[in-house]
Design a protein around this ligand. Structure first.
Ligand code: FMN
Length: 193
């Protein structure tokens, strides 16, 4: 069975609107893919600061980090679920990406340019935004970064599914927007994810 990794940074757990969109989509994808969930809560990985960088430059990366990066590199698909924070995604996702960005595992170079080493063919990025910020507009800084990492690692096309303006919507409007996002995500799953 093909492998899919879900990177879940929905820290509001049962309250998370992003996770409400994620769950039925993961259930659908479970029919096609073997799913590994990576649920991040901020305690999992250290930021790549002076200490981690020095260790890395001395050839030391913890075995579990290398193993996780290898699984990312070998996954056929990635799903990222992350609420929209400070016009982007939570820093714990950036920390995870930095930790997984290991030379000769997720990417290499060809002497002058990067060359992605990941098997992944497509990334689904699921998010909810509090304000009326639209995917692809200049203030939406999450999708462009995920696309840039997709280029570095060789992850393929990035598709964003988003529900917007949720902090200023009524409960009924929120339910409707979440249902629409789920329908959009399920359609993507059924038509070639
Ligand atoms: C720390 C934090 C930062 C946020 N920053 C923004 C922001 O910059 N722009 C925005 O539109 N909404 C922002 N929001 C609102 C969330 O995007 C919105 O409530 C979202 O639905 C939360 O997702 P969740 O229910 O999955 O946790 C922020 C919320 C939090 C908790």
């Amino acid at each position: 069975m093909k492998k899919l990794i879900v990177i879940d940074t929905c820290m509001r757990d049962a309250e998370s609107r992003t996770r409400r969109i994620l769950e039925p989509i993961v259930e659908e994808l479970g029919k096609t893919y073997e799913i590994e969930r990576v649920v991040l809560d901020g305690e999992d990985y250290a930021a790549v600061g002076r200490k981690v960088l020095a260790e890395r430059n001395n050839g030391h990366v913890p075995a579990e980090t290398v193993e996780m990066a290898r699984r990312v590199a070998e996954a056929d698909r990635l799903v990222i679920a992350a609420p929209f924070w400070d016009m982007s995604f939570p820093a714990i996702l950036k920390v995870f990406i930095e930790q997984m960005s290991l030379f000769n595992i997720t990417f290499k170079d060809n002497g002058s340019y990067f060359d992605g080493l990941c098997k992944c063919g497509k990334v689904l990025y699921i998010t909810t935004r509090g304000m009326n910020v639209h995917t692809g507009e200049p203030l939406e800084a999450a999708t462009p970064y995920i696309k840039a990492i997709s280029a570095l690692w060789g992850l393929g096309e990035v598709v964003t599914v988003a529900a917007e303006n949720l902090d200023y919507s009524t409960p009924a409007e929120i339910d409707m927007k979440i249902s629409q996002a789920i329908a959009e995500g399920l359609e993507i799953c059924r038509t070639g994810f």
